[in-house]
Write a protein that binds this ligand. Structure first.
Ligand SMILES: NC(=O)c1ccc[n+]([C@@H]2O[C@H](COP(=O)([O-])OP(=O)(O)OC[C@H]3O[C@@H](n4cnc5c(N)ncnc54)[C@H](O)[C@@H]3O)[C@@H](O)[C@H]2O)c1
Length: 349
């Protein structure tokens, strides 16, 4: 990527449930701001523009062709991404787009290839790895304190009512792995390195939903580490651990546990210590979402910093294909009862 000038002007598309986190975050991001809001529902577009003090709102993403935007933030659901990213690529406008990338891997490969051929940078809005606790955990692992990584367990099990705020999830056939599993798979790659094989069992626990609401995935990483990635919206606990990812990472010299209350517990031959990760303390964040909300400005700042400096995004479209392929492999494993490798799935990339 080539470096571009500062004070970038963005178009924001998709003024739905999660958009307020993006829009609050954009108000904090240095070197960029949102110049216009687009939603195909005019009531939503106007209301968001008014609430966030943005002068212009539109209902048609074709406004991307106007040459007035330096980037676009696409916060719509996955089935709309190919058309919207395609419009941006045609207009030469860099993109940050929400996960999941698309409904299936063939579509992801098409979107990525189209952007790469046109030289338009695309980043996936993968905010979980930008949670403060995982930035700190990555630092601990990189310091060598617990040695080479051998095992990891990442678990997200709670019974938050996702169906009220995101009613489309009731009808989503690829549900849990695409909704939260994909974040966990990205985290597994971030913390343990790339993975090449997946075994998975899916469960549909809640009655009346179209897809799976629980999945247990077993990953083999390229460095021979093994991880268990475990997600469920059907786990009843008190207090509800939402939205914490819990688990542990083991190395040859020690272990880091990821505990409730945003605690990293580091065990080595030197003893045991706890690091408590504090919330950022923003006025617009609120429990229980704070940990997720705090990660959104960090994700968007990374996008802008990379654009400004001409660096590759951590979660570029090309890199994120490796995450998506793990999710695709998990579905194929669950359907076939076999371990599925990702090399074949990525062969078009
Ligand atoms: N990272 C996270 O923690 C997190 C949390 C929640 C949702 N998400 C993701 O965010 C994305 C959006 O989710 P949501 O719950 O806000 O969805 P939503 O359905 O509430 O909102 C999407 C909005 O996009 C608009 N839209 C759709 N297609 C459009 C088009 N072609 N042009 C203009 N506007 C269009 C819709 O009218 C709607 O207002 C999803 O992919 C979801 O997985 C991420």
């Amino acid at each position: 990527m080539n470096a571009v000038s500062q004070n970038l002007k963005g178009l924001f598309i998709g003024a739905g449930f999660f958009s307020r986190n993006h829009l609050n975050a954009w108000a904090e991001v240095e070197g960029a701001g949102i110049a216009a809001i687009c939603d195909r529902d005019p009531v939503r577009a106007e209301a968001a523009a008014k609430e966030f003090g943005i002068a212009e709102w539109v209902t048609d993403a074709a406004v991307l062709q106007s040459g007035r935007f330096d980037f676009v933030d696409i916060c719509t659901t996955m089935e709309t991404h190919e058309a919207l990213v395609g419009l941006a690529v045609q207009a030469g406008v860099p993109v940050i787009v929400q996960k999941p990338f698309a409904p299936d891997i063939e579509t992801c490969l098409r979107i990525e290839a189209n952007a790469r051929k046109a030289g338009v940078p695309v980043m996936l809005h993968e905010n979980f790895r930008f949670q403060k606790i995982f930035r700190r955990l990555r630092e601990i692992l990189s310091s060598g304190e617990i040695g080479d990584i051998t095992f990891g367990r990442l678990n997200w099990r709670n019974d938050i009512d996702v169906y009220t705020n995101q009613p489309y999830l009731v009808e989503t056939r690829r549900f849990m792995i695409m909704d939260v599993g994909i974040h966990m798979l990205d985290l597994a790659r971030f913390l343990l390195g790339d993975a090449s094989e997946v075994s998975c069992f899916n469960q549909s626990v809640k009655e009346g939903i179209a897809g799976e609401d629980a999945a247990t995935m077993l990953l083999r990483h390229d460095n021979k580490a093994v991880s268990v990635v475990d997600v469920s919206y059907a786990s009843h606990k008190s207090p509800n651990p939402f939205p914490q990812t819990l688990g542990e990472i083991e190395g040859r010299l020690g272990t880091v546990e990821i505990l409730e209350g945003q605690v990293l517990r580091v065990h080595t031959a030197a003893g045991r210590r706890d690091e408590v990760i504090a919330e950022d303390g923003r006025a617009w964040t609120a429990a229980p979402w704070t940990q997720i909300q705090d990660s959104v400005p960090r994700t968007q700042q990374h996008f802008i910093d990379c654009l400004r400096d001409g660096r590759d995004f951590e979660t570029s479209a090309q890199d994120s294909l490796k995450t998506y392929a793990l999710a695709e492999a998990a579905y194929r494993s669950a359907a076939s009862g076999r371990t599925v490798g990702i090399a074949e799935l990525l062969k078009e990339a």
